[in-house]
Design a protein around this ligand. Structure first.
Ligand code: BF8
Ligand code: SF4
Length: 615
């Protein structure tokens, strides 16, 4: 195998496909990153501004060239504005996803979107109680009104511990309507509006809180209501889940309102018959990225991998259809699919891709469209060139589906055993490790090594998104992985039959981690920032991750980032995020690309918190 493939990923299935891609002359994200070198130094530092047409402007980081944009904006202002815009984009992505789920929930309540139904009625009733409404339609309307609400705060904010709520109020960052906060970010960053870095960052926190405790939480809650609250389930992950003799349909993107329907359509007997008539043994649906996490944890549908494996899946030559909706779908896929028989099918009116066939998905006709899409995949099976099929025989078993409800169940009905274990030190603390892949970091290296280090030191890990999939592939989501944990954590996991790394879902499901953190803080009578807990995003790349990072520290959790955010062009903003925030929010960021050092930072923080709590 070429050294290149080994340098690019630690995952053997990905290495195998990277070697194949390079032999076949196929271009991947790693190649494109190389071609981008050297990347723009101003961009890396956050020092360029295109917010008006007197620009583009850039600030010379060496102090020799211009220190102000044409309007007079300084490095501080430009860096803070750029950061705010990234948060707004990330919060918009999560929240617009949530809006679509809420919209479907409303249609279901009105008896319109007949392809969908209510699966977790008890959860829906709990939400009705929380919102103080008497029926389902009223709940749908109340939730939808969170987006356009003019005066806050949004409902789920009251799930935060009282001390946190007070702090948000005092700082003036209690989120009002979700759309309002995002629009305000765009307004404030327009030329000549908000030019105070601190004021800009406070608005960034508010918009991000509207994501974490708003958009993302709404998505999670209503997806559970519609599709079921996850319970522990076993499945498999990695490219080896693709099957040579079956029609392979990969669902990639983020919204389970699509992937759920594809899963249902693919198990339709008529579709299976059709697949068999076409010479296949059946239909194999596999997930990719977060929509993969959604169906993995709810239905045990195997996942073909995380973000950087989307191109590698196509390169197996065995994918008959890759169905995409929104977010984290590389526009490179169309051209790559064109080198194979693979049909790339886009489905969202919001997201079209070069080289894709567009089969638009609508709530009212969801199941019929899903059947047409699955049929297109089946009919493409005969176009597969068997001599070009190469599926790595590598996959890992994983136990997934740890919703907060499930964790409480696994603990015997209350958080007390967990609190007891934290108090006794058997569990040293909790590490929330989340986020993307980024070819700037060897694929999965940051994720897997950080998590291994944490569990070794008795830190229970909760995970979502691409980290969850990295851990699954590295066999850390199996109960047997308890053997890799320190003695205390190992004992607890063995007693409960759970892995030391708990898969809590997709990226919007980081809201589950917030709910869990709030419950633990409440049980201990402290704020979230007092908990022996820390977060990390070892390989993050997306703007959603910027919003997540902001709401996580805004909620009081110290967080280590594995790739450098574009803020170093302003020492003042960088200091605010890594130091100043601590005094105000009780939490701040650290940047540490080395996962072993990152684990040490998290553990140091956890130990400090333990000491403060007298544990
Ligand atoms: O929402 S972790 S690469 S797939 S952004 Fe994207 Fe990042 Fe993966 Fe999921 Ni989240
Ligand atoms: Fe330049 Fe100011 Fe316009 Fe930005 S807003 S492009 S710094 S003039």
């Amino acid at each position: 195998m070429s050294k290149n493939a080994r340098d690019r990923s630690i995952d053997p299935a990905s290495q195998e496909m990277l070697a194949l891609a390079s032999r076949a002359g196929l271009e991947t994200a790693w190649d494109r990153l190389e071609k981008q070198q050297p990347q723009c130094g101003f961009g890396e530092l956050g020092l360029c501004c295109r917010n008006c047409n007197m620009g583009p402007c850039r600030i010379d980081p060496f102090g020799e060239g211009p220190q102000r944009g044409v309007c007079g904006a300084t490095a501080e202002i430009i860096v803070a504005r750029n950061l705010l815009r990234s948060i707004a984009a990330g919060a918009a992505a999560h929240s617009d996803h949530a809006r679509d789920v809420a919209h479907i929930f409303k249609l279901v309540s009105q008896g319109k979107a007949t392809s969908y139904s209510i699966t977790d009625k008890a959860k829906m009733e709990r939400l009705m109680k929380e919102y103080g409404v008497a029926d389902q339609i009223a709940l749908a309307e109340a939730i939808l009104s969170e987006f356009g609400k003019q005066d806050g705060p949004i409902k789920f904010v009251s799930r935060a511990p009282a001390k946190r709520l007070d702090l948000w109020k005092r700082l003036g960052i209690e989120p009002r309507g979700i759309d309002r906060e995002i629009v305000e970010c765009m307004h404030r960053t327009h030329m000549g509006v908000d030019n105070d870095p601190l004021n800009l960052i406070l608005q960034g926190l508010r918009a991000s809180l509207a994501d974490g405790w708003g958009g993302s939480m709404i998505a999670t809650e209503l997806q559970d209501v519609l599709f079921g609250t996850p319970v522990p389930t076993f499945s498999e992950t990695n490219l080896g889940v693709l099957e040579k003799e079956k029609v392979n349909i990969v669902v990639h993107g983020h919204e389970p309102i699509l992937s759920q329907m594809i899963v249902a359509a693919a198990s339709d007997p008529e579709m299976i018959d059709l697949a068999q008539n076409q010479g296949a043994e059946g239909i194999n649906v596999a997930g990719m990225c977060c929509t993969g996490n959604e169906i993995l944890m709810r239905h045990g549908v195997p996942s073909a991998g995380n973000f950087l494996q989307q191109e590698l899946a196509v390169a197996t030559g065995a994918v008959d259809a890759m169905i995409v909706d929104v977010q984290c779908v590389m526009p490179a896929l169309g051209a790559l699919a064109g080198c194979y028989h693979t049909k790339l099918i886009s489905t969202s009116p919001k997201a079209k891709f070069p080289g894709a066939t567009h089969m638009e998905f609508h709530e009212e006709t969801a199941y019929d469209t899903a059947r047409s899409i699955v049929r297109a995949g089946i009919l493409n099976f005969k176009n597969r060139n068997p001599s070009r099929v190469h599926i790595p025989e590598i996959k890992s078993k994983a136990m997934v589906g740890f919703s907060v409800e499930t964790i409480v169940d696994a603990l015997g009905g209350s958080l007390d055993p967990l609190l007891g274990a934290i108090k006794s030190g058997a569990i040293r603390g909790i590490g929330a490790v989340v986020g993307c892949n980024n070819p700037k970091i060897q694929h999965d290296f940051g994720h897997v090594n950080l998590v291994r280090e944490l569990i070794k030191k008795n830190v229970l890990v909760v995970t979502t998104g691409c980290n969850a999939l990295a851990c699954a592939k590295a066999e850390l989501l199996q109960p047997e992985a308890a053997d890799l944990a320190g003695d205390g954590l190992k004992g607890i996991c063995k007693a409960l039959g759970i892995p030391p790394v708990l898969h809590m879902g997709s990226c919007v499901d980081i809201s589950r981690i917030l709910v869990a953190a709030a419950a633990i803080a409440d049980a201990l009578g402290v704020d979230i920032s007092d908990l022996p807990a820390a977060g990390a995003a070892p390989e993050w790349m997306s703007e959603k991750a910027v919003s997540i990072g902001a709401y996580v520290i805004g909620s009081g959790v110290f967080t280590v980032l594995g790739t450098v955010p574009p803020v170093l062009g302003s020492p003042a903003v960088a200091a605010l995020l890594t130091e100043g925030a601590k005094d105000v929010l009780g939490a701040s960021f650290a940047v540490e690309p080395d996962p072993f050092k990152a684990a040490s930072l998290m553990i140091e923080h956890i130990d400090e918190q333990r000491k403060k709590l007298g544990l």
